[in-house]
Ligand binder design. Structure first.
Ligand SMILES: [Zn+2]
Length: 370
């Protein structure tokens, strides 16, 4: 909940044209004003002042790291640069996000995401109705968000998290699955042997970091097709999470990090997520770790669903992970269900642990010879 201060531009001025607004879109801007003090209140003062009064310049809300100022009621503003009868100017709510250097930009963006979610709900609009100023006029605005890797996708993901707060799967905490359970799940999904073999290392680093190993193991299943790979990353890169190099140029093998050993690749995977949630890395982190650390949301991510728009531009990434991978792992029986026991002793007793182990070994052997 962020405070919204209503401080309207006086009627009758050129920057308050007064056409009724029936919002169909929301347009996002950055103020492009990095001066100290150029916060929401300062922009409200500017819009009400004499220099703006004769200019066709106005918008609906300015958001900084602490508060939101509303400058117009449900009337149009001149902010989209698409003409006097343009859809952007006449059918969208304009929101400016502050860039003042004495403000916390990440907090301002978070507040803006909250405001956008409220407006979408209020006016019954879907997320695809949120547009960049750039969409209407081609201007490089919102320039901060546009200038950042996955910036727009990340902003939309933040909006989405307010619309859909019920879906929350923690990235941190104690494991809710055992290694053997994860390995059984991997087997059932025709995992490559290397993926099954690496599972204990995931649980090891889970214990060291406090991140949930089954979550990262599920993510690796997704990123490497259960260790079968097949994309740009090759198995010898030991890169279980398709982590990029510091400055990738494309989507070739060399654009992805190479780790010295499979175990080191797991450490890199955990370190990468550590940057998302704000945990200290284990040992020396890989170069891309610093890129994540420089993101405004670094250290704030708590839930798998929040990876969407951050790990990749796909907003559904985290939800997909939970739905298509993690939930399968968690629902896999802790011990494998086996066919009829080798020796039918006629009793209803479940097979003993040693029998289960025997069956597991037998299946491993079968896989080796297949
Ligand atoms: Zn703009």
């Amino acid at each position: 909940m962020v405070t919204i201060v209503q401080d309207f531009i006086p009627p009758g001025r050129r920057n308050r044209p007064g056409y009724k607004l029936d919002p169909k879109y929301i347009t996002i801007h950055d103020t492009a004003n990095t001066q100290a003090g150029a916060d929401a209140r300062a922009h409200a003062r500017y819009l009400k002042g004499s220099s703006a009064a004769s200019l066709p310049v106005s918008w609906h809300y300015t958001v900084d790291d602490k508060v939101i100022y509303q400058h117009l009621p449900l009337e149009n503003g001149w902010h989209a640069g698409d003409g006097a009868s343009g859809t952007g100017n006449r059918q969208s709510i304009g929101i400016e996000i502050c860039e003042n250097r004495d403000g916390n930009r990440a907090a301002a963006e978070a507040n803006a995401a909250w405001l956008v979610a409220q407006l979408l709900k209020d006016f019954g609009l879907d997320l695809d109705r949120v547009k960049q100023h750039n969409y209407w006029s081609g201007k490089n605005c919102p320039r901060v968000i546009r200038g950042r890797v996955n910036g727009w996708a990340g902003f939309l993901a933040a909006v989405q998290s307010h619309l859909d707060p019920a879906v929350q799967t923690p990235l941190t905490g104690k494991p809710e699955a055992a290694v053997t359970q994860a390995q059984e799940w991997a087997c059932q999904n025709s995992a490559h042997q290397r993926f099954i073999d690496i599972a204990p290392v995931y649980w090891h680093y889970g214990q060291l970091t406090g991140l949930r190993p089954e979550m990262l193991y599920s993510q690796s299943a997704h990123e490497t097709a259960f260790g079968r790979y097949g994309g740009a990353v090759t198995p010898d890169q030991n890169n279980w999470a398709r982590i990029k190099v510091k400055n990738p140029e494309g989507d070739q093998a060399e654009d992805y990090e190479t780790f010295a050993t499979p175990e080191d690749g797991v450490r890199g995977h955990f370190n990468h997520i550590c940057a998302y949630v704000g945990y200290e890395p284990i040992g020396r982190p890989h170069p891309r770790f610093e890129v994540v650390k420089s993101m405004p949301w670094a250290g704030t991510v708590r839930y798998v669903e929040e990876l969407g728009g951050k790990w990749t531009p796909q907003l559904d990434y985290g939800r997909d992970l939970v739905r298509n991978y993690l939930s399968g792992l968690l629902s896999t029986a802790q011990t494998p269900e086996e066919p009829a026991p080798l020796l039918d002793n006629g009793s209803e007793q479940p097979p003993s642990e040693i029998f289960k182990l025997f069956w597991w070994l037998l299946r491993k052997l079968k896989e080796l010879f297949n």
